[in-house]
Design a protein around this ligand. Sequence first.
Ligand SMILES: C[S@@+](CC[C@H](N)C(=O)[O-])C[C@H]1O[C@@H](n2cnc3c(N)ncnc32)[C@H](O)[C@@H]1O
Length: 286
Amino acid sequence: MSNSKTKKTYSDMGENYKIKKEQTYDERNKLNDLTGAEWQFATKTVISKIYPSNLQHKLRSQHGGQKPPELCKDLIKTFTKKGQIVLDPLAGVGGSLIGAALCDRKAIGIEINPKWINIYKEVCCLENLEEFPVLCGDANERLKEIKNGSIDFLLTDVPYWIMDQLTHTRSDAAERKSNLSKFNDKDLQTKEEWLAEMKNIFTNAYPALKEKGYMAVFIGDMYRGKEYHFLSADLAKTISEIDGFILKSDIIWHDDSKMLHIYGYPFAYIPSLIHQHILIFRKENR
Ligand SMILES: C[S@@+](CC[C@H](N)C(=O)[O-])C[C@H]1O[C@@H](n2cnc3c(N)ncnc32)[C@H](O)[C@@H]1O
């Protein structure tokens, strides 16, 4: 008699178990340098590893939206082989570029604010890391200088939506803008304007990526103006509308270093967002 509570044995798991045991590299692997076991680990849809505050974290924290270089390195190792090229068209203080240097990949960045480029350069110098070129300017323009199909992996992190004044209730919009301007000097904008801006950037980035290449995009949801804004879902839909970008996964990065807040206490439930999304797309025909 079968018992639904009986634990599956490894032989029941068949192929999965075989992969799990596979500690060697498969010569047919055209995507990365991982063994079967490492590949299997890398397909997990939740990342709950705690990343250290290293690599000049304090200096990079002037940005406010910086990502852990070692998280970027883990993603880069999943989607590239040694020596391949990563592009970040919204590079900030260079989390993705530093991540590429940490695993012997090459990289190129674009960043509109020269202050962040200078911090990236300083970090490379202080940490004795390979410094990659970062083009200064609007990604929509500078992406035209990157040869079509020359990029193996696109890894980026979108600028925050600077919320429209009408939907903002917690503090006055001017104060909000001054807080946000430390990493983005744009005026307040509607969600639709923000999504249109993002669509433009990804449409312009598309030609640079090689056929069958992957793209990973960091995006956090927001709770503002009385409601939860599912920005990750909105952005996933917007990028999927660009012909040739197919959504492959939504990885949740559980960031346990985030401080909890008590905005609603003791009257209403307001979530403490301690996760971000990493949307995975592939350049291929539908
Ligand atoms: C969320 S941050 C990226 C942070 C980055 N992952 C890091 O580790 O530092 C997005 C960056 O995009 C830049 N940016 C916004 N619009 C841009 C545009 N049109 N062209 C180039 N850079 C832009 C902003 O200045 C900001 O530094």
